[in-house]
Design a protein around this ligand. Structure first.
Ligand code: MN
Length: 334
């Protein structure tokens, strides 16, 4: 089936269901939250009974400007009252059920489980599946879905979609930047989105302390794998000492691959008794396989995992994996 007819069918399915329950993934990013916000706006405009949330709370900076963010809720598990035959449970930007609210993996019958995503490693769960790994962002798919359904684009939905696209494709710099991403963005500008205002919302540092946190991470950057991999780390103490939130690292991992000769970046962040690793890659290199090997997943060029290890054990493990997977002979002078 063509993309257009799949989207038209999906829009029809959604039109027939009066209750929409929208779920995003853990640690929701700009794509999940921007797309979710837009979908809530469209649902309400269509007269649906809509609510949305995910396993973790909505995070800064998105809570401050995305429409409907005050209605977002963190759910420990799937509410039983969602399991009705008039309900669409729409999981967006989520490659597999364990990445969202607990209980989805057990099935949602008699509700209809709808899976809309752009991760190439999506497990294709759900009753209705729309996965396009060529899309720059799930928000781009949601825009095309809205067009297929003839849903009116209010400015709030436009802001959500634009946020999702620019954050997922690194402001049109990553390999997933497509002509369609630019086309959708151009349309959003015509409809009133102001890029400079949104950039201020999305990329501003909350305080000088956040810059100091980045400074700590920068000061520890080390090259491994023969100079091909840049990695750094932040400990619980770093966050406490500076009094900054965990969200202050948003975008930091992307900076690591900007070093000349580096095509893989890794940021390790201590989180209590585990360590979160954010992987980034550029060029033809993929980090998804390594993230999967370590129990995580994601995109070829942006992936993550959580290690149940101490920070020093995690650093050792990452170094070992890097030497095994990415090492190349060191080229002097690079
Ligand atoms: Mn995404």
């Amino acid at each position: 089936m063509s993309k257009a007819s799949s989207l038209a069918r999906l829009a029809n399915t959604l039109a027939l269901l009066p209750r929409w329950r929208i779920l995003v993934h853990e640690k929701p990013d700009g794509d999940a939250l921007g797309g979710g916000s837009a979908l809530v706006c469209w649902g309400k405009a269509l007269g649906k009974d809509v609510s949305w949330g995910g396993p973790d709370p909505i995070s800064p900076p998105y809570d401050a400007f995305l429409s409907m963010s005050c209605e977002y809720r963190a759910y420990e598990e799937l509410p039983k009252e969602w399991l009705r035959d008039d309900t669409a449970i729409i999981v967006i930007d989520t490659s597999a059920p364990p990445r969202s609210v607990r209980g989805i993996e057990d099935g949602v019958s008699p509700a209809t489980l709808i899976n809309i995503d752009h991760h190439g490693d999506n497990t294709k769960f759900g009753d209705v599946v729309y996965v396009d790994d060529k899309a720059s962002a799930t928000s781009e798919i949601l825009w095309d879905l809205a067009e297929a359904g003839g849903w009116r684009p209010c400015i709030e939905a436009c802001i959500g979609v634009y946020t999702g696209i620019v954050t997922d494709c690194g402001h049109f710099t990553y390999a997933n930047t497509t002509p369609n991403a630019h086309r959708v963005a151009a349309r959003l500008l015509e409809l009133g989105v102001k890029p400079q205002e949104l950039d201020k919302r999305i990329n501003s540092k909350g305080s000088v302390k956040e810059l100091h946190l980045w400074g700590k991470a920068y000061s520890r950057v080390a090259l491994i794998g023969g100079g091909r991999v840049a990695f750094t780390w932040l400990s619980d103490d770093d966050f406490q000492e500076l009094g900054v939130s965990r969200y202050s690292t948003e975008g930091l991992a992307n900076e690591l691959v900007k070093v000349n000769g580096v095509d893989v970046g890794m940021l390790l962040t201590e989180e209590g008794d585990c360590v979160r690793v954010s992987f980034r890659a550029r060029g033809k290199t993929s980090v998804r396989e390594l993230a999967q090997r370590l129990g995580g997943g994601g995109h070829p060029q942006a992936a993550a995992c959580r290690l149940h290890l101490s920070l020093s054990e995690a650093i050792d493990l990452i170094k070992e994996e890097v030497e095994r997977l990415y090492a190349r002979p060191f080229a002097p002078g690079r």
